[in-house]
Write a protein that binds this ligand. Structure first.
Ligand code: 5GP
Ligand code: ZN
Length: 116
């Protein structure tokens, strides 16, 4: 089948293996790889392989359910037994900079709350 793919989208390029990343989990519909600019000792991004702009554009919430399953999977696999945080930024006010849906999985240190 033909995947929806945007040539100017950095995460589409990573999903297509046209851009290098440190992949730590992959299946047919999702990918988890290390963030290039980590904010904590552990910082992984979980994305759908299919291009979706943000959570605000999701139609298939079964896919989101799968992505959250993968977030927990990678956190457990990496031994984040003291906890971790999952974040998705939506749009400009949300602080989104890459407009391909992704969940940040952040851990390895205590987190502050609320965020800035
Ligand atoms: P956002 O601000 O959209 O929620 O998060 C985008 C994240 O993608 C940032 O944490 C940023 O460091 C990461 N990022 C941007 N470009 C690349 C890249 O080319 N490779 C990887 N691995 N991460 C990237
Ligand atoms: Zn994309």
């Amino acid at each position: 089948f033909r995947r929806i793919y945007l040539e100017n989208c950095v995460f589409c390029l990573i999903a297509e293996k046209k851009l290098d990343s440190q992949i730590i989990y992959e299946d047919d519909i999702s990918l988890a790889f290390k963030d290039i600019n980590p904010v904590a000792p552990f910082h992984v991004l979980v994305i759908p392989k299919k291009h979706i702009r943000s959570l605000g554009d999701v139609e298939d919430f079964n896919l989101v359910s799968h992505l959250l399953y993968v977030c927990n999977l990678v956190a457990q696999k990496e031994g984040l037994t003291k906890g971790y945080r999952v974040v998705t930024n939506v749009g400009d006010d949300g602080g989104q900079t890459v407009f391909h849906l992704h969940f940040h999985v952040i851990g390895g240190r205590p987190m502050d709350w609320p965020p800035g």
